[in-house]
Design a binder for this molecule. Sequence first.
Ligand code: MIG
Length: 716
Amino acid sequence: MKSFIVNKNIMRYEIGNPIDTDAVVNKGSKEVESSIPFFEVQIKDEIRLNLVMGKNNKIYGLGQNIRGINKRGWIYESFCSDDPNHSPDKKSLYGAHNFFIVDGCEKFGVYIDFASKITYDVGYIKKDELNVTIDGKDANIYIITGSGLREITKKFLDIIGKGYVPPKWAFGYLQSRWSYPTGNEVERIANEFIERKIPCDGICLDLDYMEDFKDFTLSEERFPNFKGLVQRLKDKGIKIIPIIDAGVKIEKDYKVYEEGIKNSYFTLDKEGKPFVGAVWPGKVHFPDFLNKDARLWFGMQYKSLIEMGVEGFWNDMNEPAIFYSENGIDKAYKKIDELKKQELNIHTFFQLKDSVNNINNSIDDYKSMYHNTEKGIVNHYNVHNIYGYNMTKSASEGFNKIDNNKRFLLFSRASAIGAHRYGGIWTGDNSSWWEHLIMNIKMLPSINMCGFIYSGADTCGFGSNVDSELATRWNQFSIFAPLYRNHAGRGTRNQEPFAFDIETEEIIRNTIKFRYAMIPYLYSEYMKSINSSDMLIAPLCFEYDDKHASQVEDQLLVGDSLMIAPIYEPNKRGRYVYLPEDMLLWKVKDYNNKILEVINKGHNYIDVNIDEFCVFIRKNKIFVHGEAAQSTEKLNNKTLNLIAFVENKAEYNLYDDDGISKDYKKDKKSNLKIIITVENEKYNIKIENTGNNEVKKLNVTIVTAYGKEIKEIVNI
Ligand code: MIG
């Protein structure tokens, strides 16, 4: 084992000869003598880390996973999996996010940079032990020390490099469904949003826009004049966001297939022939995203759609999902033939059942696929977790080549740390269940810890049918997630905001309008998180070091000024909320109507009607918002509204930039700094303006610690 100093608080331990995943941008070069602290380490065919946890130790992190913010009490597996049943007994979902923090007398972060399976038994088999099993002999392990959870996370985010920055319109509302079957239907949906005055910035196209599910093709029959459709909708402020799948259909004369074959850009089987799997298009080859040339080639394929005006994509099935392989099918048939020859009994019946049930996403298939990398041929199993990551990178590299100063929207299903620099993620096929709303709430901060700030779940749920109340509550939560997309599975009921009743539509419209009014804040906080390697959505205990705060998993901090306490149970018209300090509650019904109330520190029960949601403004913080608009490009932020809850001094730095180019990297951005001080009920507002800010006027509402409301207009 070699040990390196990455910086003062971060050490890297290199075991064996690890594959370079490129997840970490600062790996450290100064070699020193030292061994992995905190853990008992065993290195054989596997690497094992063991830690005895104190009774009150908590474990945070592991990104996209089921269960709570504190991961203790369950066993998790890092192995990107296409599993549409996110039930409480699952161990892994689509992402492999190997960063966690041990919070005990000593607090430290651990990042395992490894591209294949890792198992985390977090007090499951033995309730006081953390046992990590890395399925291989070669890995990089980072240990990050620091005084607080937030600080450790920031140090980690710093070494993995700055996160993806989407265009500003990607903070608008996105509508999706598998599938809007025709261009006409997409246009009808767009018009519904406009006529009903429900803000919307994009409509996602699922599989059916393609011809026979072939990537980068268009169905002439269902989507004639695609370019015209894209343009017409764009003129109305609505972008078209097509899906791209990992598998490339095997079909003679299909350009992508032919080019891939000609240049050996596909993954290989044991014999060195292109690996054959089956997914939606039928039999496919998988682009070898771990091969630099193949990755670039695939990335350039996005060009044809971009030339038609497309500015955003979602990448799916990139774990990669494999419904079946020829081998898998052969094995199943053989088993069935063998069973046919026998009398069927209860044992053989189950064997018969299993022979078919275990065909998809089989480890055997992953183990019989190969990548042709710069370092030679690599078995897929050993790099499984970075396949989706490299598909995201592929698209991003392509976008850069195609238009190097433009931001594109991109989100992926499979991911690993590192991919956060190239795109966002959505959390896959959840269900329209209340249980999945609370799971969504608890998952987002863990995902943030792993660098994926642009993320969100399928709002209203993907599988099964949503009811109007769940749809309402889910929207009331999702307005705080950077990726706010309503997406529904095939065969489920419609769940657009207008698919319910008039009353529900009105509530969801008001909710979405609040989101649009909040975009100045959300965007500002988003960009600041990226620029300072921080989280956007965090658990309370990342900010408040008190014993109750660490117990709260159903309230979240959103940026620096807000705390939210969503309702996630049916028929609830209120809930308990824990306040680590006095806060100002804005119970939002309609964002134009501001009824503010100071709520005291401690445990409170708050009534929250179905048409309301709670926004808490933290003490000595300022919440900035504007007015809603039909789409982000129509937002007019010349006048902004400020709500400040000030005991003595509150400061807010409103970041903004053009929202579409990468010029912010060249310092083309603006900061509007607002400083409000209050002393003996007398207040003072100071404004510092740098850069080209369009803000001309501020409507300021100051609420003092005693609940006195002061209104003031500031012209800039
Ligand atoms: O096997 O494209 O998670 O969002 O609608 C299902 C169809 C494939 C899975 C994605 C989902 C998408 C669906 N896809």
